[in-house]
Each structure stands twice: as C-alpha cells, then as structure tokens.
Ligand binder design. Sequence first.
Ligand code: NAP
Length: 250
Amino acid sequence: MNGFCDLTGKTAIVTGANTGIGQAIAVGLAGAGANIAGVGRSDMSQTAEMIGEKADFLAINADLATLDPIGRIVDQTLEWGGGIDILVNNAGIIRRADAIDFSEADWDAVMDVNLKSLFFLTQAVARHMLPRGSGKIVNIASLLSFQGGIRIPSYTASKSGLAGLTRLLACEWAGKGINVNAVAPGYVATNNTKALRDDPARNTAIVDRIPAGHWGQPKDISGAVVFLCSAAADYIHGAVLPVDGGWLAR
Ligand code: NAP
C-alpha cells in the first residue's frame, strides 16, 4: 500500500491476534507494510500464514488476565523490532448473565482483560513512545461504549470505561506526538458473538436493526484501524469511531 496509509517499516503490537477482529487487524496492518508482534494466549500460526510474505510476524505468547507478561511483551517487541510504533489493544472477553445474578468472578475477569491489562500495557508501551515523540495507539471499543446493552454488565462497564480512558490518554499525550483513538465495532461475526448468532430470535432482532442489513466481518474493522495508525490520522485524537453498519445512526 502506498501513500497516506503506508506503514512500511513500522512495528505494531496487536493483542488477541490469533482470531477474529485482532487477526484481521494484524493482516490489515501487515498489508499496509507494518511488521506485527501478535500477542495472545492461543496459537497464532494461522495469522502468521495469512500475513505470509507481506511482513514479518512475531508471536508473543501471553495471557493478559494478569499484568505479569506486560514487561516481557514490550521487551520482546523492542528486541525484535527495534522500536514500537503502533499498539492495537484488541484482546477482550465478554461474560453474559442477568445483572441481578452477575458474579464477582465474571466482573473481575472482564475488567482485568478489557481495562486493567489494557491500561498497563499501554502505559508500558507509551514509556517508549513518549521519549521519541511519536506513536499510534488504537483501542478496540464497542457499541457498549455508547449504549447500555443487556446481560453484560462488566463488558459494558469496561467498554464505556475504555472510551473515557481513550479520551484521557489523548488529552495527556496528543501534545507529545502520540495519537490515542478507538474503533467501536458493531455486530461482527466472531467467537465473541457466537452466542447471539446461535439464538435465532436475537439474531433476527439484531440484523433487522442494522441499516446495512447484515453482520460485519472482521475485515470490515481493519481499514479503520489502519487509517488511525497512519499519517492520514495525525490530527485525530481521542475519537471513538463506530464501524457498525449504521447501528448507532438508527
Ligand atoms: P474473539 O474472536 O473472541 O477474540 C478475542 C481475542 O482476545 C482473542 O484473540 C482472544 O484469545 C483474546 N483474549 C481474550 N482473553 C485474553 C487473555 N486473557 N489474554 C490474551 N488474549 C486474550 O472476539 P472478537 O470479536 O474478535 O473481539 C476482539 C475485540 O473486539 C474485543 O475487545 C471485543 O470486545 C471487541 N468487539 C467485538 C465485537 C463483535 O461484534 N465481535 C463488537 C464490539 C467489540 P483466545 O482466542 O485465546 O481466547
């Protein structure tokens, strides 16, 4: 890819790069020329195959349920790539139960991955970006950054919190050459949403409400991320960009 969205020679960390939206983002960034350090707890060989000759790929095995691997993720990426230009915080989980029955374990598990590890990985990466005065950070938010949803209290809290965190970090770092933004996917066909697609009534209700008339695919999200990681988005700070087939416009 040439021009404004060219990422040739950049080093990007993408969390949750083994499947779904994170895999599509890794492939999209690689297509724009970036070398990818994929971070995750599952095998990433499929992503490596999809990237193929487009770019270099490093798999970093890490479980983001705790902060333990964060220093290692940064060290391994720096040793391999020589720097970190891009961080895409994609890894996330969801737990479903009525609010009245929701457990502390389901609260903590979601908050730990979706918000706590995300913040401290971002902090660790920013400690390398700030002295250089450049970097792009993209958080994967959600429609639940804007709306309430049902039966997903910790997920909604984490994604609404992530929208606020995106804006706070943008305010602190925009003047220091770092762009912090978020992409908010609508309903995308991945493991995360399998339970919804498997429920015929919910599936019909969802599709009927999407102006585009169909579920998104993971690759529908990657273009917005590539754009926000590129020079084309240098003056965009603290935005939470919906990529949702028009859901929020309805
Ligand atoms: P997914 O297929 O379930 O992918 C989630 C990714 O996060 C996987 O790579 C998963 O690894 C990784 N992950 C989860 N817990 C982890 C942990 N403790 N340590 C390391 N990696 C971990 O779902 P997805 O839809 O692609 O989700 C990607 C992001 O998009 C999430 O932040 C999600 O909230 C967000 N999102 C999705 C939708 C949607 O409609 N699909 C809509 C809005 C936002 P494993 O495969 O090993 O579990």
